[in-house]
Ligand binder design. Sequence first.
Ligand code: SF4
Length: 111
Amino acid sequence: MELTCIKCPIGCRVTIKENTSGDYEVSGNLCPLGKQYALEEMTAPKRIVTSLIRVNDKVYPCKTSTAIPKDKIFEVLEEIGKLKIFSANVGDVVVKNILNTDADIVITGTN
Ligand code: SF4
């Protein structure tokens, strides 16, 4: 599998292969973060989630404070969709540790 490391702006093209003993071999990374990223992508991929949240009669952008497991994204989006917020400012945490992912939901704009 080939992927682009997103841990820094260099964006190394990293290759990860499973060898015959079941271990992963990583190449193309300029630093250890690339190996860590590739291994995580193979075994437990995570993503920052951005969404919109209702605040009274408006819709504000929000995001998770940290990356969450990919297989939790739709559940988290459903939870965000259920929320009723009456007031919020940029940077406010409106949900702590959503669905036990260790990520908070943070308001990122108030357009
Ligand atoms: S492997 Fe290291 S240098 Fe390359 S993109 Fe990832 S973090 Fe940056």
